[in-house]
Ligand binder design. Sequence first.
Ligand code: SF4
Length: 291
Amino acid sequence: MNDSQTLLHERPARGALTKTGGFLTGFSHTLQPYIGCRFGCSYCYVSQSNVHRFYNGGMEWGSYVYPRVGIADRLELELAKMKSRQTLERSAIFMSSSTDPYQGAERTYQLTRNCLSVFEKTPPGLLVIQTRSPLAARDFDIMAALGERCLLNLTIETDREDVRRTLTPYCPSIRQRLRTASQARDRGIATQVTVSPCLPYSNEDAFGKLLLEVSDRVIVDSFVAGDGGGGKRTERTGIPAMYAGSGWEDWRSQEAALTLYCWLRDRIGERAGWSQEGFTRRARQVTSGVH
Ligand code: SF4
């Protein structure tokens, strides 16, 4: 698939923030500047969701992107209401759970940057930015200005380029993402790497050391613990067949993910996190008022 095969169709945003729960319990809201995701990861659980069924129009996951134009204006209004109701300080916003806010379309549309500019004027209790894209570096100025209210999560699921190319061929290289994480840390932005989901990797020593070279905090997750359905959502993707075809261990096994997590935990203690508990820890502190 190349960019000319991607359907890009603007959809005016009717709202910005969505109340959340489930895997993201502890966060108050999610924010999705785009519908659909050009990265089209083979394991993406969103491809099994109602969001995809509602919007795909028969198209495959990864082949369409709908920029939600005007979302920053909506966000500004919604944050102003939260401020007047005095709920802003205890808000924890996850951007994004069903798209990547820094996929290619963001170069043109700048919806994510516009939302960040709104957050800079009206900061929430916590904003977590989840991405795998080096384009995030463009907005380090605003992330740095948000200080401890902003946490950048960079997804790096393996240290093996052959695995990345097999399972996520449209995503940025591992080297690019490591560089982005390192640059973010150098800019003083609170950054953590999310090994989510943990894919086949070289060995825990090599992968673990690589991660700790660029980040002080790491979250590890598995298909079974992290897809929100105990692995059932992943089972409906192409992952079981791809793992079997590549001769990798059973995709349901959590052994490699737990081995990496324990290796990290031995070295960085509480700054290593596991699955939902790790993803939501800071958010739960903010929304419960325990900082
Ligand atoms: S980047 Fe995230 S939202 Fe996009 S396809 Fe991959 S897993 Fe799904």
